[in-house]
Design a protein around this ligand. Structure first.
Ligand code: 3HC
Length: 304
């Protein structure tokens, strides 16, 4: 029996089957985009209720996409939706759902141990050639990869919310990620009609590394009483061309998520501490359960 070390295993050059773990906003969005572009996708979550929520997210987003693609043609809209959904399977059985995967994308809860536990299980269940990726926005990819014996076939694929609309994917390579794994990931992004950019395994990669400190400084402007959230939002939309101001964006991303990212980075100690210094305004809103859009209130109020 030939003994194969992990670096001898070739990453797939032509990914066909993708298994996505997590059916929340990000997971469902990734499933949708993959299915729309002809991949065979399995969406996995802990129970049927979660999978149903994921399918609903996909359903309403697909309706939008179909209407945009065929504004006057209801039959073509229906065809696009049905064709996409025919590429989507669901499962609550992690191991069975991984056995034919060429690529696994994880978009579950942002908890290192939970992710490691999942990947350690999948390392045994998935084919040896399968590529593993995390969509994490706050944890080092290398730390998650440590739970497996396939560091060379492990990377980050970081999508943006709303996934079907945002064109970018950050492709993260760790010190271990092999060149052919990286090439496969770029190819998958292109086939999903996304634009990939590459980044080393660093806190926040490119987008969040710039976006989060900018959002934190906006909060500090308010705390110092220099300008209101509304005026800052108007300023950044009309003065810098951003589609959303920092407070609209914070409510959109989730204030709890933002706090989680900043607290994590501060603990990790790899970023200038002034950039991630706590802001009481954010901590108070989160403590009160005001998480932004998803809870109905953040800096602004929303109809749930
Ligand atoms: N599914 C499919 N299409 C969608 C969609 C969805 N869920 N949500 C929006 N769209 C499409 C619409 O169909 C529309 O398409 P069109 O312009 O071609 O007709 C387009 O997006 C614009 O939508 P709307 O007209 O309804 O609304 P807006 O013009 O206000 O745009 C927005 C909404 C796309 C969210 C825009 O405000 C935006 O780009 N905001 C910034 C979003 C952003 O920065 N995201 C990144 C957050 S950071 C992140 O995700 C990282 C994480 O790790 C924290």
């Amino acid at each position: 029996l030939a003994f194969s070390t992990s670096s001898q295993v070739q990453a797939p050059t032509n990914v066909k089957n993708i298994t996505v773990f997590g059916s929340g906003l990000m997971g469902a969005g990734i499933v949708q985009v993959a299915a729309q572009n002809g991949f065979q996708v399995t969406m996995v979550d802990l129970n049927e209720a979660a999978l149903k929520r994921g399918q609903d997210i996909i359903g309403s987003s697909l309706k939008r996409v179909a209407k945009k693609a065929h504004p006057e043609d209801a039959a073509k809209q229906k065809e696009l939706i049905e064709k996409t959904m025919a590429n989507v399977k669901t499962s609550t059985d992690s191991e069975a759902a991984s056995k034919d995967a060429d690529l696994i994308i994880e978009a579950i809860v942002e908890n290192l141990e939970t992710k490691q536990k999942l990947f350690s299980l999948l390392d045994k269940a998935a084919p040896e050639h399968a590529l593993f990726c995390s969509n994490t926005s706050s944890l080092p990819i290398g730390d998650i990869a440590k739970a497996t014996k396939r560091g060379d076939r492990f990377g980050g694929l970081h999508f943006f919310n709303p996934v079907p609309q945002m064109k970018l994917v950050e492709v993260i390579r760790t010190e271990q990620t092999s060149q052919d794994s990286f090439d496969s990931l770029l190819d998958v992004c292109n086939r999903m009609k996304k634009t990939p950019v590459s980044c080393k395994d660093t806190p926040g990669f490119i987008v969040n590394r710039l976006l989060v400190p900018y959002m934190m400084e906006s909060l500090r402007i308010v705390e110092r009483g220099e300008a209101s959230p509304k005026d800052i939002d108007v300023a950044m939309k009309l003065g810098a061309g951003f589609p959303m101001g920092p407070f609209e964006l914070a409510d959109f991303v989730g204030l709890d998520t933002m706090k989680f990212i900043v607290d994590g980075w501060r603990k990790e100690g790899k970023i200038d501490e002034n950039l991630v210094a706590p802001v009481k305004l954010l901590d108070d809103l989160v403590a009160e359960g005001n998480f932004g859009r998803k809870s109905g209130k953040g800096f602004y109020e929303y109809n749930k």
